[in-house]
Structure formats: C-alpha cells, structure tokens
Design a protein around this ligand. Structure first.
Ligand code: NAD
Length: 317
C-alpha cells in the first residue's frame, strides 16, 4: 500500500488521528467538527490557560458550547495539550495560529514560523500538514516545505502539504465550519488529493485548487473584496450625509438589483483579524498602497455618520 493509500484508508475509516495547532476562533471549531466526524483529535496550543480551560470542559469561543467540548473531552476524543510531543501521534495537522500585525504594521509571521518549527520537529512519514492561517502568497512553500525537507521528508511522497484558508465568521448564525465551503491547494497533486479527502470527511463542500499559492490568494481576494466594499460604502455614507440623503434608503434600493451588486453596510471598521491583516499583506508584498486614506478602517470618520444614519432610519422615512 502506498503512503497516499494508507493515509486515505485511515481518513476513510477515521482511524487517523487529527491534530489542530492553535485552539482559537478558527482552531477550536475545526477541532470540534473533526471530533463530530469521528476522529480522535489532539489540540495543541502554547497557552496553558486555554488548554486547562478546555480540559475542564469549558469553552472560550462564543460559537462553541461548553457542553460540546465537555462531551468530547469526557469520551477521550479530544485532548487539549501544551505538550508538542503529542503531535507525533497525529496523521493530520491543521495549523490555525494568529497572523497579527507587528508594530511596524508588517504581517507578524512569528507565530506561523514557530508553529511550523514545532510541527516539522514532530513530522513523520505519512503525515498531512495543512496551513490555515491567513498569510501572503508563497508562505506554505517558503516556510513549511523547507522545514519538512530539512527533516529528510519529501513533500508529495513522504508527507503531504497544503494550504486551506479559514473562512470562519464568528457569531454567524447560518454559516459555520461544517457548512462553509473549504478551498484546498496542495504543493503536489498527491498533497491536494489527500488534503481534499481529509476535509471532505468533515466539511460539506471542499473546493480543490491547483496550488497552495492559488489557495493563499483566494483568501486575500475574499478579504480585499470585503475591505474595498466596506470602504466604498463608508465613503457613500459620508457623501449621503453631506447631501442630506439617507444612506440606508440608497443601499436598500441598490440591493434590489438582482445581479452585479452585493449589499455592504456602513460600520466602524472592517472587523476580523484576517481582514485587518490583508491590506498589510498586500502592502508588504507589493510595496505600496493604492489608496491614500483607508475608509474601511476609519472609525473616527464613519461612526458619527453611522449614528446619524441609524437614528434617521429608526425614525422611519
Ligand atoms: N477569527 C476570525 O474571524 C478569522 C477568520 C478567518 C481567518 N482567520 C485567521 O485564522 C488564523 C487564526 O486566527 P484565530 O482568530 O483563530 O486566532 P486566535 O488568536 O483566536 O487563536 C490562536 C491560538 O493559537 C495559539 N498559538 C499561538 N502561537 C502558537 C503556536 N506557535 N503553537 C500553538 N498554538 C499557538 C494561541 O495561544 C491561540 O489560542 C489567523 O491567521 C487569522 O487571521 C481568523
């Protein structure tokens, strides 16, 4: 049996052990879905506090009920640990560590670098490794692949490496980890095949793409689309305010167009760590900004206008 066939068999019969590195907004919901799909899951986090809390059957993530964590801890399906050596037991590793902004406003890759070092130190033949953190195109191949190869593991033959962007939307009552389609791009065709099979066992729809770079750019396109449109609608709110027109009336009327328009509403900022990092990732990679002002992240400018618009709206037409 080849390495690919062996891993696929373990995925199919759920004897694969799944690890999740980073048990935050992204990692904990994924870990819970993997438990629900029938895997034994090792959650590795550097935070003693987070691991202790989870092992007590509590939850620090609003979308994950404590009862769900407690059930999987009690049954032995879920372990939260700060012991990196436990990653050696895993057949699959999904990395969901933060990519915040550094003081210099560059993407702070130190968490991804540190997690990559840890995973590489415990990697073994037959392991699937997937990076999920929002990042610049090229990260999977530039940061993870050399670390695995330094251990003598050939990507695509001994180990399988892919990028799969996380799309979690905390607090969304409709879309959660299981029913949000997941894009997967592997370093080789075998990597994409194994990563697709793994996520298909847990998530309703998986969308394979041809490379990790394509998958990395999917996330940046999605976040850029969101930032640009929030910036646009915040500018429209300012224009409407100056003209004495109700922005909500304009948005609601525009949203009746059945094609070529997607409704965005004014707000104090774009929200979400992934979105905030995106503009900086672009600047870091492209070296310059295309806008002089960032309307999408300007609470000082947009909050007073939103307040006015909302109070107008609550008064009715
Ligand atoms: N939160 C969102 O809405 C959202 C949405 C889409 C994408 N993302 C992206 O997903 C990634 C994870 O974000 P998050 O919101 O889950 O972060 P988070 O801060 O909620 O959780 C990250 C966890 O990783 C742990 N951690 C940090 N370094 C570690 C290491 N070296 N090894 C193991 N654990 C480590 C932290 O202790 C923390 O518990 C980021 O790249 C983010 O941009 C987040």
């Amino acid at each position: 049996m080849t390495t690919v066939q062996d891993l696929r068999r373990k995925i199919d019969d759920r004897t694969a052990v799944a690890a999740v590195v980073g048990l935050g907004y992204v990692g904990l919901p994924l870990a819970m879905e993997l438990c629900e799909a029938g895997y034994r899951v090792i959650g590795y986090d550097v935070s003693e506090r987070v691991c202790a809390l989870l092992m007590r059957g509590e939850s620090h993530i609003q979308d994950i009920p404590a009862a769900q964590v407690a059930t999987h801890v009690r049954s032995g399906k879920f372990l939260a640990t700060t012991d990196a050596a436990r990653l050696g037991e895993a057949d699959t590793v999904s990395i969901a560590v933060p990519t915040p902004l550094a003081k210099t406003r560059d993407p702070d890759m130190s968490y991804v670098v540190s997690a990559s070092d840890t995973v590489a130190a415990h990697a073994h033949a037959g392991m699937l490794i997937v990076l999920e953190s929002t990042t610049y195109p090229g990260t999977t191949r530039e940061l993870l692949q050399p670390r695995l190869e330094a251990r003598g593991l050939t990507v695509g033959a001994d180990v399988f490496l892919a990028f799969s962007p996380e799309r979690v939307d905390p607090g969304n009552p409709v879309y959660h980890t299981k029913n949000t389609p997941k894009v997967v791009g592997g370093v080789t065709a075998a990597c994409t095949e194994v990563a697709t099979a793994f996520y298909r066992s847990t998530i309703d729809t998986v969308v394979p793409v041809s490379s990790p770079e394509a998958a990395e750019l999917v996330k940046l396109l999605e976040n850029t689309f969101r930032s640009v449109n929030i910036g646009l609608v915040n500018e429209m709110a300012i224009v409407c305010d100056r003209l004495g027109v109700d922005i909500w009336e304009v948005i609601d009327a525009a949203a009746t167009k059945p094609f070529g328009f997607m409704k965005f509403t004014p707000g104090p900022g774009i929200g979400g760590t992934a979105s905030r990092s995106t503009r900086i990732i672009w600047l870091g990679r492209c070296g310059r900004s295309t806008t002089r002002r960032d309307s999408s992240t300007s609470p000082a400018r947009s909050i007073p206008r939103c307040r006015t618009s909302l109070s107008r709206r609550s008064r009715g037409p």
